[in-house]
Design a protein. Structure first.
Ligand code: HEM
Length: 501
């Protein structure tokens, strides 16, 4: 009965079911007027729980389950706990890929969850008319607040807030941000110049992106200080999990926002648009909404770009030929005396762009991403497979990008030329399957900004410095230690030897 009931009316929180399930065995004992002793209570609980679990396990493994036709490991079909345990170790992307290698493009990764790397699923699930965000995003909202950030909004509420964000990321707005970006890139290069020798370059990319996004979201000044306080940076990295960190960050966001309002800004920064200071909307967004989105921009815009830049350095230092070619290209596009901050030349950086694309393909900063949910109404056909309503679906970029059906030859190899060469008969370069910034209505709103950052920082660093892995640095370990905690988390320093050219 319990199984049937909770299957029909899926609870949103474990609290209610826990109370109901705890009380029921006692009520049963009372109903049959059994003598109350420790052993009779224990026995009743054991029988009750075993009966309930058996019923759930048998159903989830049975051919009557609507996802019975999707292959996957037995443990995944029975429980999500295993998946949660894998995620907690940061290995979700690697495990997910191993599952796809074994079971094919559709894998049942949970009792009610499917991971798909068939290219047709990208459009069906993420594209126009695709599905809304799934249960995965709920823990990312604070139930004590009435407001949500753009990331966790759905349907019309998402479209309304996204309109404001899109204004903040239009080409006109991006032009306005150029001076902020140029200032921070110059500062980064100056600081690195002063540090020549062994440097943890990943750490400095992280400082740069935090400082830059702080400028964008809250008019700067304060975040620069925070990003150099070591205890806060790890907290920011763990933000999806740690409510304490989330509260601290929100508090911090509110303080920055109050300062931003007091001091104003010389340029139309992202805050200007998110707060709708131009008065384009019928209703101005609330202070709480803008703080939530300001904090989101720092979370979404800092770690992602920093890890992309760090992985890029790792890949080119591991591929000396690519390093020489990319450096030569930067030298020819920006000969001595030309400003490295001139973004009009970015389109000429074709090999650098290919190297960055290849980096984002092999190590997308959001490797697995969150789930989407099949809407009510019976179910949907996705790449010719029927998937029932309410199923949680992953379209994991890491596995999608490394599938030979989508990128061939050498899907696991760093081969920037795949983006440039004329396609040969056996080559596969499936652009529809390349989704480091996701796809559709809830794709990355900061994609163009991220590209400007990546190109300006990478070309400046390549032009100014000679880089190599530091002596005794175990470079292979660095890549293996990258952890998938929604946005990739860096497991250790990326030590390079920097010298001025
Ligand atoms: C290389 C850098 C970046 C990568 C790879 C990246 C990737 C992504 C991905 C995969 C998503 C979709 C997440 C989901 O479906 O849950 C996303 C969403 C988002 N990104 Fe980025 N991102 C990057 C940089 C940035 C930057 C610089 C910003 C600037 C503010 C930004 C702001 C956002 C926002 C606000 C969302 C939520 C969009 C929505 O839900 O409508 N990202 N990003």
């Amino acid at each position: 009965m319990n199984h049937l009931y909770f299957h029909q009316f899926e609870p949103k929180s474990a609290n209610g079911p826990l109370v109901v399930l705890t009380v029921q065995p006692l009520l049963l004992l009372g109903a049959v007027a059994a003598p109350l002793s420790f052993s009779s209570i224990l026995e009743t609980y054991v029988v009750f729980i075993l009966a309930l679990c058996s019923s759930i396990v048998v159903y989830r493994l049975s051919p009557f389950h609507p996802l019975a036709h999707i292959p996957g490991p037995t443990v995944n079909k029975i429980t999500k706990l295993w998946g949660a345990w894998v995620s907690s170790g940061g290995d979700q992307h690697r495990v997910n890929k191993a599952l796809h290698d074994k079971y094919g493009p559709f894998v049942r990764t949970g009792p009610n969850e499917v991971s798909i790397i068939h290219v047709d699923a990208v459009r069906a699930v993420l594209g126009t008319g695709g599905f809304q965000k799934g249960q995965y995003y709920e823990p990312r909202t604070d139930p004590t607040l009435s407001t949500r950030s753009l990331l966790t909004l759905r349907n019309e509420a998402h479209a309304n807030r996204r309109r404001i964000w899109n204004r903040g990321m239009s080409s006109e707005s991006l032009q306005e941000y150029e001076s902020i970006l140029a200032k921070r890139v110059t500062q980064l290069v100056d600081r690195l110049e002063g540090l020549c020798g062994t440097v943890d370059i990943a750490e400095w990319f992280s400082y740069f992106t935090f400082d830059f996004m702080g400028d964008m979201a809250f008019g700067g000044g304060n975040i620069a200080v925070v990003s150099h306080i070591p205890w806060l940076v790890p907290t920011l990295y763990k933000i999806p999990m740690a409510t304490r960190g989330l509260k601290e960050l929100r508090q911090f966001g509110a303080t920055c926002a109050t300062n931003r309002i007091k001091t104003g800004s010389q340029v139309k920064d992202l805050w200007y648009h998110l707060m709708d200071e131009a008065g384009m909307e019928k209703e101005q967004p609330s202070f709480a909404e803008v703080v939530a989105d300001g904090v989101l921009s720092i979370i979404a815009g800092s770690d992602t770009t920093a890890i992309a830049l760090s992985s890029f350095v790792w890949f080119i230092l591991s591929n000396p030929e690519a390093y020489q070619r990319v450096q030569a290209e930067v030298d020819s596009v920006y000969p001595d005396g030309e400003s490295l901050l001139d973004i009009s030349k970015h389109s000429e950086l074709r090999f650098l762009t290919a190297c960055l694309n290849e980096t984002l393909r092999l190590h997308p900063p959001v490797p697995t991403n969150g789930t989407r949910q099949v809407p009510k109404g019976g179910g949907k056909l996705i790449a010719d497979r029927f998937i029932p309503e309410n199923t949680q679906i992953y379209i994991p970029p890491y596995s999608l990008h490394r599938s030979p059906g989508n990128f061939f030859p050498g899907p696991d190899q760093f081969d920037p030329d795949r983006w440039l060469r004329k396609q040969r008969p056996d080559d596969v370069l499936n652009l529809a399957a390349f989704i480091p910034f996701s796809a559709g209505a809830a794709n990355c709103v900061g994609k163009s900004l991220a590209w400007r950052e990546m190109l300006m920082v990478s070309s400046s660093v390549l032009k100014k410095f000679e880089l190599r892995f530091a002596d005794d640095f175990q470079s292979k370990d660095w890549l293996d230690k990258l952890q998938d905690v929604f946005v990739t988390s860096i497991g250790g320093p990326l030590l390079v030897e920097l010298s001025l050219r």
